[in-house]
Design a protein around this ligand. Sequence first.
Ligand code: URA
Length: 249
Amino acid sequence: MERLQKVIAQSGITSRRKAEELITEGKVKVNGTVVRELGTKVTGKDRIEVNGVQIEREQSVYFLMYKPSGVITAVSDDKGRQVVTDYFQDIVEERIFPVGRLDYDTSGVLIMTNDGTFANELMHPKYKVDKTYIAKIKGIPEREVLKKLERGIMLDDGKTAPARVKFLSGDKKKQTAIIELTIHEGRNRQVRRMFEAIGHPVLKLKRERYAFLDVKGLNPGEFRELTPHEVKQLRNQAVTQPSKKRGHN
Ligand code: URA
């Protein structure tokens, strides 16, 4: 579901401000009925007319990108730094945006789309989409210390949900370790803060998997379209996860 004025603006016929005016002036119809309410939400199936002419809805597009580190997860940056949408310029016409965010220094799987409903579904905290991260951390943690991450750990913004943790390797000489961490929450800098809280700051971070998707076959900065089946699977996952996990956390 997206706001009517946004959908009108996205069709390219006018700005969002002007679209709001058109709505309040009674010049917009949804499925044949005049709508003057600015908060009105519409889906991809609704027929929208402006001044009696049906608008062209932008096709929904879905991409999986291998975000490199050193790039901002945004569509623009006021300081002129590189943003993820720069990689799609001149290739993809649709106005795409990232689903959620990865830190400037984090690399890995990032989904990009122009479908706001899809993005909201995936990002909604009640939908528990698994995200797997590979972290290179400072020091070599004891098993007991890693268990704290599994149980959930108290951060400034509350206790984290139980996580899955796998010790992959440790380098005694360099005093670093590689840990795989799977979480389904998406709080700001969550993985970095979780490791910080157990005294092992993150040196390097990659999102290895988002649900069942990984970056196999892609180099940093490259992307591919998601198949219709993958989009459907992601949607299903977002919608069915809450009931599956109900009562467990
Ligand atoms: N957690 C983090 O700390 N950083 C990210 O980019 C993603 C998850």
